[in-house]
Design a protein around this ligand. Structure first.
Ligand SMILES: [Ca+2]
Length: 263
């Protein structure tokens, strides 16, 4: 990983007029906690710079009527760094998955209890999942299936900004509120997840309609633990920002303005 430290007195929007997550991390004075945790490539074997890919899943994206005890299977095109895949693997709504195990390039798991009926599940293998040579996917792989007759089709799109300019690599959650940090001021992952792109935009699909609007949370995961430390990581919670009231609703134009917490 290259040098990501940016002195705060040199902070300016990037070439595209956008903020980078690295810059915001510098502003939050937690630079030393970021990056550099990546392991070096294993010795031996040719260098590999091609990002790994998901080649198939079970259930498949869009499957309906999935068995309540169905296993989940994700096949990659190459040998993976298994720990990073497990860390990057999420399911929404959150259900307890057990027996994560591998068979070659395939990760398998199953629900500890039966999946609830008539529910859409979104499985996401995040950008940070790496192959055996520690090359990250770079782009998340997301698929959705339903234990009912249809897959939820709500969409939430928007923009993450910092100090008036787009912010990339912000973690975005679309959650059923109210969200409450724990006693240490930390919010655990909730709801649907996305990462803002280079232009600061984000998109979450397969959102379930509900009577109350969703909260939209964006933050820079400085320490990479997948949680939002509200006291030390830049972020914001936009309360009741996304109303997905009916099947297939598309909600756009949501701006989440990330701020650096007061130290
Ligand atoms: Ca964090």
């Amino acid at each position: 990983m290259g040098e990501r430290t940016i002195r705060s007195d040199h902070v300016t929007p990037g070439a595209r007029g956008a903020w980078t997550a690295a810059t915001v991390i510098a502003l939050t004075s937690l630079v030393t906690l970021y990056g550099c945790a990546r392991l070096g490539p294993p010795t031996g074997g040719p260098p590999d710079s091609a990002p790994p890919e998901v080649v198939s899943t079970f259930p498949e994206d869009g499957d309906v009527g999935v068995d309540l005890r169905a296993p989940i299977r994700v096949d990659f095109n190459e040998d993976m760094n298994r720990e990073t895949v497990a860390r990057a693997f999420t399911i929404t709504p959150d259900v307890d998955l057990k027996n994560f195990r591998w068979s070659g390039n395939t990760i398998l798991t199953e629900p500890r209890e039966a999946f609830p009926d008539s529910t859409t599940f979104v499985v996401r293998i995040g950008e940070s999942a790496q192959d055996y040579h520690n090359v990250a996917m770079g782009t998340a792989f997301v698929f959705a299936f339903s234990t009912g007759e249809s897959v939820d089709r709500g969409t939430v799109t928007g923009l993450v900004t910092f100090d008036g300019a787009p912010l990339n690599e912000a973690t975005v959650w679309v959650c059923e509120g109210p969200v409450e940090p724990d006693s240490l001021g930390v919010l655990g992952r909730c709801g649907y997840e996305a990462l803002s792109g280079d232009d600061g935009t984000f998109r979450v699909d397969n959102v379930r309609p509900r009577g109350s609007p969703y909260d939209v949370i964006a933050f820079v995961d400085t320490n990479g633990d997948g949680r939002y430390a509200t006291g030390s990581e830049a972020g914001w919670v936009a309360v009741n920002a996304a109303r997905v009231a009916a099947f297939g609703d598309s909600v756009g134009g949501i701006e989440v303005r990330v701020v650096v917490p007061r130290q």
